[in-house]
Design a protein around this ligand. Structure first.
Ligand SMILES: Cc1cc2nc3c(=O)[nH]c(=O)nc-3n(C[C@H](O)[C@H](O)[C@H](O)COP(=O)(O)OP(=O)(O)OC[C@H]3O[C@@H](n4cnc5c(N)ncnc54)[C@H](O)[C@@H]3O)c2cc1C
Length: 755
């Protein structure tokens, strides 16, 4: 059978998606021709913002390589504009007077940028931001000029302004309403966004109406309605788009706001279809790729004679494409309905804002600023219409990976319609190991890129599963750490035998690791040390006396000297932590020492000593160290944990390489976590408190959370990295939870067995 001519007008994102679907089916039915006005092969228009912000290059945003068109025998005529459609003879004509016959014609002409109808928009230096040509012109100007104005503070305007600022232009956004991105954000979120932009050096003028572009041949500024002039050598209009419907309209195809199509994307003229931003379906013209890709898929199926399942009502989400401004909105954040209820959380200092909008107690919309970890989970909740109680509970629950909240059939990539199941299956079948491979194989994360982290998590998840399968708790069992941890914590076994039989232990007396780990878990979760452990050998009496703040007193020194002279202690040495280690301590000496205060046996995973920086003697720091030490001493922790405190007068500029480092800088107490002295590696700033009185409760809550959830010998830094510092911080920022953890910490210390 002869191939039928399938012709596409427009080489944009909608056309490409439809063609990709068709060639994927290896259909021999059509000979495909694309006529595109732009001289470039099809590219990911969405990513132009990232190119302007220098986070991607033009070559990275090509949708397909040249060979792809050749392989699939697709004729592409780039740089050609279709000017005429002869619907009777079924043929189109291009500006270069080329006639191309068609059996099926797809109009996918997209939209054109809308310029305000004001004076001066045709001056040199005035641009829209829609095409590679626009980008190249703006890029060239950015090398020569210093000042830019962006007219329109919607998503695109903010992204363009961020790009211009990165390119070194002094940039001003001029926006006509009171708040930026008013379609996606509410007043509070707009204000936070404005603060972030201002801090980056971008000036923002809201409720400002541009009435002219000034200058001679080239633009020199814009005039606002209030008489103010904003100087600019470069002006970018991001004031909206209008569907390209003229071609269709002039040739008898029904148009309203867009080209009117039915459920299979067919226009009122036989064999002519429309998809993308130029199409109007059920009265709606879309301006986002997700519904447009759905249209492309429906049309491809129709052209191939496949069955079409009507799409579910999509839930739209927007993530601002600017790395350092995490802003996300999904669903409907309108609160006008009488059945609407709203839950908000605002931390102005950290610039974190969360808003959940419910209608009749069902989640309808989400707005997140500053912390987007729960975005995917919440989008899913909006999609399935999750009940308020469930949403709120899951928000407060132990943070789980957003991936865990998705079912196999849930979409990970909204733009490309790729489900979690499809990604995981592809990883497994094709042995994919990284994000790029998954992108290439599944198409996920190749649209707006908003799901990139989720796709990465799929790779991680798959590789973790493989590693976890290999990583057993210790050589004596095949069970993994998580299984044993959960069993010990939740089932509270009565004795070691129970643990051994549950996990098919292969040895009677365990190995070096489990001989320590199992008693630790018993003690941690039962608050009682378990004596009936594996056949433990006699404990070695090596002790480190508690010296609060590292201070020595005369009585203590005299006592140690006497015990050494009497050979009740074999040896005393200084540790690198400025403490005294006593080796070969006899039972009698141990009793004497115990009577003098707290003694730490070093084989236990207790809080190690808290050190004050000794570059300058600061009595205030030493006092604080003593206070911390007294309040949190003798805490059983998963791993030996060192804390270091430095004061404002400290001059040593030490990197925070201890597990926890508290630095008193200016009026703040900064807490760094996750340093590693062995590597050595500096910890990350985790939190700051402005009052000293908040410091110890915060530390207690942190240690309690760590104590309860970390594996044996897992350092606090590793624990933080495994669970995600943001989710842990989020928990500790909740006053109620922090207080609860703090109380539990005190309770367990009181119950805890003093050594
Ligand atoms: C900078 C930027 C960022 C964006 N970010 C996002 C985002 O984060 N998320 C999101 O969902 N969407 C985003 N969008 C919108 C998204 O890019 C569009 O919805 C999508 O490109 C529309 O696809 P389309 O094929 O309908 O139109 P287009 O991709 O515009 O393609 C239409 C093509 O048809 C050509 N054409 C027009 N008339 C003719 C003619 N007579 N003859 C031949 N060719 C013709 C045009 O030149 C154009 O190349 C963004 C858009 C821009 C510009």
């Amino acid at each position: 059978m002869a191939k039928r001519n399938l012709v596409f007008i427009g080489n944009g994102m909608a056309s490409m998606k439809c063609i990709e679907h068709i060639v994927q089916k290896q259909s021999e039915s059509y000979s495909i021709t694309i006529i595109g006005k732009e001289k470039h092969p099809a590219y990911n228009r969405i990513k132009l913002s990232s190119v302007l912000q220098k986070s991607e290059s033009l070559s990275q945003i090509e949708l397909q390589k040249k060979e792809w068109y050749t392989t699939h025998d697709i004729t592409i005529q780039a740089g050609e504009t279709v000017v005429h459609i002869d619907t009777k003879r079924q043929c189109i004509m291009t500006e270069a007077r080329q006639n191309i016959p068609y059996d099926k014609l797809v109009i996918a002409t997209g939209s054109s940028p809308y310029f305000l109808p004001i004076q001066g928009v045709s001056k040199k230096g005035v641009y829209a931001f829609r095409t590679i040509d626009d980008y190249q012109a703006i890029h060239a100007d950015s090398l020569r000029y210093q000042r830019a104005a962006v007219i329109g503070g919607g998503v695109l305007g903010v992204e363009v302004a961020a790009g211009l600022q990165i390119r070194g232009l002094k940039t001003t956004i001029i926006h006509h309403t009171e708040g930026l991105m008013q379609r996606q954000l509410d007043e509070t979120a707009s204000e936070l966004l404005q603060q972030q932009l201002t801090r980056k050096g971008i000036q923002v003028k809201t409720s400002a109406h541009t009435i002219a572009c000034l200058g001679e041949e080239r633009v020199e500024g814009v005039l606002l309605k209030n008489g103010e002039i904003v100087d600019a050598d470069l002006v970018v209009f991001t004031t909206g788009i209008r569907p390209n419907i003229q071609l269709a309209k002039h040739h008898g195809i029904l148009t309203r706001k867009g080209i009117v199509v039915n459920d299979v994307m067919q226009t009122n003229v036989e064999n002519i279809y429309a998809i993308g931003e130029c199409a109007e379906h059920k009265g709606v013209v879309h301006g986002l790729v997700q519904p447009i890709y759905e249209q492309a898929s429906i049309l491809a199926k129709h052209l191939l004679g496949e069955q079409i399942t009507t799409a579910s009502q999509p839930i739209y989400s927007t993530k601002l494409k600017a790395d350092d401004m995490p802003i996300y909105s999904a669903g409907c954040i309108e609160t006008r309905s009488p059945y609407a209820s709203v839950v908000t959380y605002l931390d102005e200092e950290q610039e974190v804002y969360k808003k959940l909008v419910f209608e009749r107690d069902v989640l309808k919309g989400v707005l997140l600023v500053g912390q987007l970890e729960k975005a995917d989970q919440l989008l899913q909740d909006v999609k399935v219409g999750r009940d308020k109680s469930v949403v709120m509970k899951s928000l407060n629950e132990e943070p789980s990976s957003p991936l865990d909240t998705l079912k196999e059939e849930d979409l990970v990539c909204q733009c490309q319609n790729v489900t979690k199941g499809a990604i995981l299956k592809s990883i497994l079948i094709h042995q994919l190991t990284n994000l790029e491979e998954v992108k290439k194989e599944t198409g996920a994360a190749t649209g707006c890129g908003g799901c990139q982290e989720l796709v990465r998590a799929c790779c991680q998840n798959a590789s973790n599963e493989q590693t976890e399968a290999q990583d057993s708790f210790c050589p004596c069992t095949n069970a993994d750490e998580q299984s044993i941890f959960s069993f010990m914590k939740e089932r509270l076994p009565l004795n070691v035998e129970e643990v051994r039989s549950q996990f098919d232990w292969t040895t009677d007396d365990g190995c070096d690791f489990c001989r320590e780990a199992i008693p630790y878990y018993f003690e941690q979760f039962h608050d009682q040390p378990k004596k009936d452990s594996f056949n433990l050998s006699e404990q070695e009496f090596t002790m480190i006396p508690q010296l609060y703040g590292g201070r020595l007193d005369l009585n203590f020194l005299q006592m140690i000297t006497t015990l050494l002279e009497q050979k009740l202690i074999q040896q005393a040495e200084l540790t690198e932590k400025k403490r005294i280690r006593l080796i070969g301590v006899s039972e009698k000496a141990a009793h004497i020492l115990k009577d003098q205060g707290q003694i730490m046996p070093i084989e236990r995973s207790r809080l190690s000593h808290i050190l004050s920086c000794d570059c300058r003697h600061d009595p205030a720091v030493t006092t604080l160290v003593i206070e911390i030490e007294r309040q949190i001493e003798n805490t059983l922790l998963p791993a030996v944990t060192s804390i270091h405190v430095t004061g404002p007068s400290c001059t040593c500029q030490l990197s925070p390489i201890d597990d926890i480092c508290i630095k008193n800088q200016l009026d703040e107490w900064n807490i760094y976590i996750g340093g590693d002295m062995r590597q050595p590696k500096a910890g990350q700033l985790f939190y700051s408190v402005s009052r000293k009185s908040e410091l110890i409760p915060f530390l207690k809550a942190l240690l309690e959370d760590y104590r309860k959830r970390a594996y044996f010998k897992e350092s606090i830094g590793d624990w933080l990295r495994r669970n995600g510092s943001i989710s842990i911080r989020e928990k500790l920022l909740d006053e109620e939870m922090r207080e609860e953890l703090c109380e539990q910490f005190d309770e367990s210390r009181q119950k805890g067995v003093k050594v």
